[in-house]
Design a protein around this ligand. Structure first.
Ligand SMILES: *Cc1c(COP(=O)(O)O)cnc(C)c1O
Length: 386
């Protein structure tokens, strides 16, 4: 692989394809009717892709609002010049309220004491703080129980320092089609929203759809969709693949820092769990490890791509490095593998020539989901935007 951009201080990086990100954003926005808003979820540093750069790219491709998980994540966006509304998807501790007010962030709210403290702080600053009212319709994570929505709202609505900008819930099973629990949650949510409207309470924007619901359940788009994983080109379920074309945004690459031709029987990495089984094997080192998000559970159970070919990772993955093997002069191979060299680019995730390693493939090997795979690579690797 030639002409790749690479950091100067370490031969390991995450490549973020902003074109793909913009295309995915636009493709998801096209699923929404014209009068609906799209809230782009950039929590956890945009699922490991870099929140500031991603938010700026999404903004031009159709993002109306952003969502984060923590106050600190919201502050980072504001300090980078993001002016759109920013929702914090959970209710932060009381101690965060001053920052929330200072930076005009909108927290999720479900506790009366929190709501009133937010109102007091905003009023003292001569502001009105906006919040989104969180309703628990069956996931049992955050929010007011759907039966108590009106009661809790009535207990806070007298305060002039707060204003409800949105009402939302979150689905536990939006990735399943024709699911009884999903329908139950949707019904409880609409019941709660109608009850609030009947009681004369302002709901603000009503929203509940994450990526799978946005793609599979247009009937719950309501006023706004909250899309996350799809923006990054990953599908939350098999069923969503048919409905929209998405391009993976993240690739993970490194360069070979050492090439050895060890004798047969030589061990590799901690525990020497792998020993060179035959002659003509190169053992190559790449400076990416589990502290970079490459799970140690993948040891001996993953491939990498070099010069467009698949090679087997061998030995235990270390904190900052791993090794892989290349069989050279393999006369029986359909296409003899060329020996690799110091500095060659190694792809851990993404394309190289016709070969590709996907986050779904890696997730299956780790017994997790593609969400965790990309979040993990956001840990330490430098990001290169292309
Ligand atoms: C993370 C999150 C989302 C986005 O979910 P995706 O499946 O990535 O689209 C939406 N809403 C809430 C409340 C979330 O926590």
């Amino acid at each position: 692989m030639r002409g790749v951009k690479c950091p100067e201080d370490r031969w390991a990086w995450v490549e973020v394809d902003l074109d793909a990100l913009r295309q995915n954003t636009a493709a998801l926005k096209r699923l929404l009717a014209r009068d609906k808003q799209m809230m782009c979820v950039v929590k956890a540093d945009a699922y490991g892709h870099g929140a500031v750069q991603c938010a700026k790219a999404m903004r031009r491709a159709g993002a109306d609002q952003f969502a984060v998980a923590t106050t600190t994540e919201g502050v980072e966006l504001r300090e980078a010049g993001v002016r759109e509304p920013i929702l914090i998807l959970s209710e932060p501790p009381m101690e965060a309220i001053q920052k929330i007010v200072d930076y005009d962030l909108s927290p999720a709210v479900f506790d009366q004491d929190f709501a009133l403290a937010l109102g007091e702080c905003a009023a003292a600053a001569g502001k009105v703080a906006t919040y989104h009212f969180a309703i628990d319709t069956g996931m049992t994570r955050i929010g007011v129980n759907w039966r108590d929505a009106v009661k809790v709202r009535r207990s806070i609505d007298f305060h002039r320092g707060i204003e409800c900008a949105g009402t939302f819930t979150h689905f536990a099973t939006a990735d399943v089609q024709r699911d009884w629990d999903f329908n139950m949650q949707a019904r409880r949510f609409t019941d709660a929203v109608y009850a609030m409207q009947d009681a004369g309470l302002e709901t603000g924007l009503v929203h509940c759809a994450n990526t799978p619901a946005t793609i599979l359940h247009p009937d719950v788009h309501m006023d706004m969709c909250r899309v996350g994983i799809g923006l990054y080109g990953l599908h939350p379920a098999i069923e969503t693949r048919r409905e929209v074309r998405l391009r993976p945004v993240m690739s993970v690459r490194g360069r070979i820092t050492r090439v050895e031709h060890p004798e047969v029987g030589t061990g590799v990495s901690y525990g020497l769990t792998y020993r060179v089984p035959k002659p003509n094997i190169q053992i190559c080192t790449v400076p990416i490890g589990y502290a970079d998000g490459l799970s140690r559970n993948l040891s001996g159970n993953m491939d990498v791509l070099v010069n467009g070919e698949r090679c087997r990772q061998v030995g235990r993955i270390c904190m900052d490095q791993f090794m892989f093997e290349v069989t050279v002069n393999n006369v029986r191979a359909y296409r003899p593998t060329r020996a690799v060299e110091y500095g060659d680019v190694v792809t851990v995730l993404g394309y190289d020539g016709d070969e590709m390693i996907t986050a779904d493939d890696m997730a299956a090997r780790r017994e997790t989901i593609n969400y965790e795979v990309v979040c993990d690579f956001g840990l330490r690797l430098q990001k290169i935007y292309v």
